[in-house]
Design a protein around this ligand. Structure first.
Ligand SMILES: *[C@@H]1O[C@H](CO)[C@@H](O)[C@H](O)[C@H]1NC(C)=O
Ligand SMILES: *[C@@H]1O[C@H](CO)[C@@H](O)[C@H](O)[C@H]1NC(C)=O
Ligand SMILES: *[C@@H]1O[C@H](CO)[C@@H](O)[C@H](O)[C@H]1NC(C)=O
Ligand SMILES: *[C@@H]1O[C@H](CO)[C@@H](O)[C@H](O)[C@H]1NC(C)=O
Ligand SMILES: *[C@@H]1O[C@H](CO)[C@@H](O)[C@H](O)[C@H]1NC(C)=O
Length: 276
């Protein structure tokens, strides 16, 4: 029995094992956490966190008792060493984007005996962008549009506030982008009573990672609403007003300059007369 225990102990001692734990899936815009430890950290000189980028290995951060923590310039603000030790070493990837989807490596340099490493792969999911708009049609109908970029393909559902009714089934279109994300867009045509004000809520990824709701407000009484919609670009009348203002200013400046010049001219001529 003692003999067996001894063998087990020796085996255990001989094979220091490395454990790497962390997120294999995380939400776009969120954080991912990783923890790496050795069963026996005796003789460890340094821990290095790396990741694979397009087939090459990049160092993200290192920690050693001698030199402390060093985060590679390219990863400052992205990678945070949250535990500065060997048992465990921990990091956090912040503000995740699609580019952060990769495999991470945790490597310990041990003296003597070289290094021990392990890897874990991260998938980023969720929604990176949402665009919404609406436009009123003549016959008391409003078309609400919602489009989202995400991975996997975002889902879109609609929730209308009271009084509005669906005039036409929502259309949903999904296209794939070159960066392996998807754009899903949906339009819903809604019939609204006169003088209605309310919203259509675009519900994205219901019950899934990245779930959110974007409310698109609409008010049929406010005719200014139509101008609101195209609020990003100035209306023709606004452009005309700006042009007129600029022209008037130019004329005023020109008149002022001409008057000043002719006054100076007169003064010079005047003094010339005096001499003569
Ligand atoms: C760790 O390893 C060192 C030498 O490699 C050994 O002396 C020590 O007993 C080990 N500690 C444990 C808890 O196994
Ligand atoms: C997160 O990343 C985005 C895009 O790179 C950037 O615009 C934003 O400011 C970042 N947010 C934080 C809190 O770092
Ligand atoms: C729709 O919105 C109402 C409130 O505006 C909310 O109570 C309800 O739960 C929503 N329904 C769905 C299916 O999201
Ligand atoms: C997907 O949406 C983004 C953001 O709105 C846009 O820049 C991109 O061109 C869209 N892709 C396709 C294939 O329509
Ligand atoms: C939704 O409406 C917009 C603008 O009216 C249009 O450009 C787009 O193609 C429509 N999308 C779908 C899925 O019908």
């Amino acid at each position: 029995m003692m003999f067996l225990l001894l063998i087990v102990f020796c085996l255990f001692k001989a094979s220091t094992s490395l454990s790497l734990h962390g997120d294999t899936t995380a939400e776009y815009g969120g954080d991912a956490h990783y923890k790496c430890a050795l069963s026996n950290s005796t003789g460890v000189l340094q821990v290095t966190w790396q990741r694979f980028v397009k087939g090459t290995v990049e160092n993200m951060a290192t920690y050693s008792e001698r030199f402390g923590t060093d985060v590679n310039i390219a990863y400052r603000g992205k990678v945070l060493v949250t535990k500065e030790s060997f048992s465990p070493s921990a990091i956090k990837l912040t503000n995740l984007t699609w580019e952060d989807e990769s495999c991470l490596v945790c490597a310990f340099n041990i003296f003597p005996g070289g290094s021990k490493r392990s890897q874990i792969c991260l998938k980023v999911q969720g929604i990176s962008q949402v665009n919404t708009m609406h436009h009123a049609k003549q016959d008391g109908e409003v078309v609400f549009s919602c489009s989202a970029t995400g991975k996997p393909a975002p889902t879109i559902a609609w929730n209308l506030s009271d009084g509005a009714t669906i005039a036409d089934q929502p259309q949903i279109v999904t296209v794939k982008n070159s960066d392996h994300t998807f754009n899903t867009s949906s339009n819903i045509t809604v019939k609204v009573p006169p003088d209605w004000s309310g919203h259509a809520a675009c519900v994205l990824n219901r019950g899934k990672i990245g779930e959110r709701e974007e409310r698109i407000a609409f008010s049929s009484s406010a005719s200014a609403d139509k101008d609101d919609k195209s609020g990003t670009e100035p209306s023709p009348s606004a452009i005309a007003l700006i042009c007129i203002t600029i022209i008037v200013c130019c004329i005023a400046v020109a008149v002022y300059v001409i008057k000043r010049r002719s006054r100076k001219h007169n003064q010079r001529e005047g003094s010339g007369c005096m001499h003569a």
